[in-house]
Design a protein around this ligand. Structure first.
Ligand code: B12
Ligand code: SF4
Length: 507
């Protein structure tokens, strides 16, 4: 039997690639491969080359989103050098949304769009053909790119997504070596509830909207949801087997169907899970109303995250087809607050044509957020042209991007971890120097919110109680004090930063 190793090329966070778990589970569930012939690797944890050397795969699958595609290319080059007989397959959102990235010299096959069914057929074909990719046979598999005997690049027809999402088996996390959930004592949602084991969960795939910066609509093509029973089966399994009690629902748009949320809550109640598990979920601001909040509350959702994107209606037209307004964003946060639900959100600055005045409206909104008792955090990124989005088309027209010569790492939206201001992609309407000033303002607002949130949600009496019940904790707090002091002494606003550091370490 063939051996198949699949590698997640995301380096930035201690995070499991769910896509690879889904694919491996599919291969085992539909008896295409044996468990012992599959290996999931992650560039974050593993010495990939060493592991491949030991596992001796026949095929290596690489998974990449746009900003991690360069990692995948590097890995493929090394595989070609060190293991020339091994076949390399690339899959994931980048190659699916930017097919010119297929490089015949590095990749034997590319799997486009949803991967389970296509990868299943591909591996079955590989085995049936004596562990070879035979172009004449590959031609009958939908959703592939490969090179034929004459060196021509072949694109087979698009594969429709699996019609019934419940046909995709529940991801089997025991396929992952080591800990697959996150233990995140820093996350305020977890700390204030005393829940520390968190995992990503999908209850649906796809989104009906078409925001100008987002490739989701093109990638998933359609919206499908698991039945409430199937989703709760997964929650129950993870809770009872591993004690995981916090789930970060990563659906593109969980808030789409209120009835499904009520049904999930009913199912959780029937199984005695209501109140024992909690959730973080995504929503669109224009969908938030009393009925939805009541459903969220009942199900145990504690933090609702939004792509708020902007507080300028002009920018919201560019970013979100004008279907959400700044007023919707504000009302959504307030409405969640009335139900005691946490709110978090992300923003995009520097959309094409956005001026510094419009960005200032967003910063004012961020300041307003720091005064809302239910707001837990916000983060932001600069607008980037991800392939197959409206932004990409606009950038193409202006020769800002190219199919052949791109530094894909520059398409990383998240800049809140940067100490220095990032370069704006769309410079036309806003001077970089003006944005740089704003960058430091936002940093301060973020620090202010961070501090306030800790003060609000982790009351001081907890420290007192802690010291009374465990007197040796005094030493711990003294240590934290010194650490905060040393770490912040050289920063721009030592007093403010110190308070934040101290608050976040102490609780
Ligand atoms: C969880 C998540 C993360 C996690 C980690 C993901 C990981 N792979 O390790 C973290 C938080 C680290 C993350 C970070 C970022 N993310 Co993110 N993330 C997601 C999210 C919400 C879910 C990913 C997922 O598990 N999907 C479910 C599985 C089933 O889908 P899948 O991974 O695509 O896999 C399927 C197919 O692609 C295919 N497939 C995938 N790999 C392979 C490999 C082989 C060999 C084969 C055959 C098939 C195959 O088969 C799978 C099953 O169908 C998606 C949105 C979404 N709904 O997908 C965004 C998403 C992937 N992220 C995105 C972005 C932009 C980012 C960031 C740049 C920052 C940001 N938030 O804006 C950073 C970049 C990190 C970096 N530089 O390393 C974009 C990517 C767009 C693009 N063109 O690349 C997405 C699509 C969100 C969006 N709508 O814009 N992300
Ligand atoms: S940004 Fe969110 S709402 Fe907009 S298309 Fe993407 S997934 Fe849908």
């Amino acid at each position: 039997m063939a051996r198949f190793a699949i590698v997640n090329s995301t380096r930035s966070r201690n995070s499991t690639s769910m896509g690879l778990v889904y694919i491996s589970t599919w291969l085992i569930h539909y008896k295409i491969m044996r468990r012992e012939d599959l290996l999931i690797l992650d560039v974050f944890h593993d010495d990939v080359m060493q592991q491949l050397q030991e596992f001796k795969p026949d095929v290596v699958g690489l998974s990449a989103m746009t900003s991690t595609y360069t990692n995948a290319v590097e890995i493929a080059k090394e595989i070609r050098q060190r293991f020339p007989k091994v076949k390399v397959v690339i899959g994931g959102v980048h190659i699916s949304t930017h097919t010119p990235s297929y490089k015949p010299e590095l990749f034997d096959v590319a799997v486009i769009d949803e991967g389970e069914e296509t990868c299943g057929e591909l591996m079955r074909c590989f085995e049936a053909e004596g562990q070879r990719f035979v172009p004449a046979k590959l031609k009958s598999i939908k959703g592939l790119i490969f090179t034929d005997e004459r060196g021509a690049v072949v694109h087979t027809p698009k594969r429709p997504p699996v019609a019934n999402l419940d046909d995709i088996p529940m991801p089997d996390y025991s396929l992952i070596k080591g800990q697959f959930y996150r233990y995140d004592p820093d996350a305020i949602e977890l700390r204030r509830l005393g829940r520390y084991k968190i995992i990503d969960l999908f209850t649906s795939r796809g989104c009906p909207y078409a925001c100008a910066f987002c490739s989701t609509k093109v990638f998933w093509n359609t919206v499908r949801a698991h039945s409430p029973k199937r989703s709760v089966d997964e929650i129950e399994h993870l809770y009872r087997t591993y004690g995981i009690d916090m789930f970060s629902i990563c659906d593109d748009l969980f808030s789409l169907n209120k009835k499904r949320i009520w049904d999930m809550a009913d199912e959780l109640e029937r199984r005695g899970l209501l109140g024992k598990v909690n959730f973080i979920a995504q929503a669109r601001a224009n969908q938030i109303d009393d009925e939805l909040c009541a459903a969220f509350k009942r199900m145990g959702i504690v933090n609702v995250t939004f792509g708020l994107e902007s507080a300028s209606n002009k920018s919201l037209v560019t970013l979100k087809e004008g279907k959400v307004t700044a007023a919707d964003n504000r009302t959504a946060i307030e409405t969640l607050g009335r139900y005691g639900l946490g709110a978090s959100g992300s923003f995009i600055l520097g959309a094409p044509g956005e001026t510094i005045e419009e960005m200032r409206k967003t910063v004012a909104f961020m300041r307003w957020m720091t005064d809302q008792p239910n707001v837990l955090r916000f983060w932001y990124g600069c607008a980037v042209p991800l392939p197959n989005t409206d932004f990409w088309e606009m950038a193409m027209e202006q020769n800002m991007v190219s199919d052949e010569h791109m530094n894909w790492e520059l398409l990383d939206l998240t800049h809140d971890h940067y100490d220095a201001p990032p370069e704006l992609w769309y410079k036309g309407a806003c001077a970089q120097e003006d944005f740089n000033v704003l960058f430091f303002e936002i940093k301060e607002v973020m620090e202010k919110l961070h501090f306030k949130v800790h003060m609000r949600h982790v009351p001081a009496f907890r420290i007192a109680l802690n010291i009374m019940t465990k007197p040796h904790r005094v030493l711990h707090y003294a240590g934290v004090f010194i650490k905060s002091f040393v770490k912040t002494i050289f920063t721009r606003h030592p007093a403010k930063v110190f308070k934040t550091q101290f608050a976040s370490w102490i609780f």
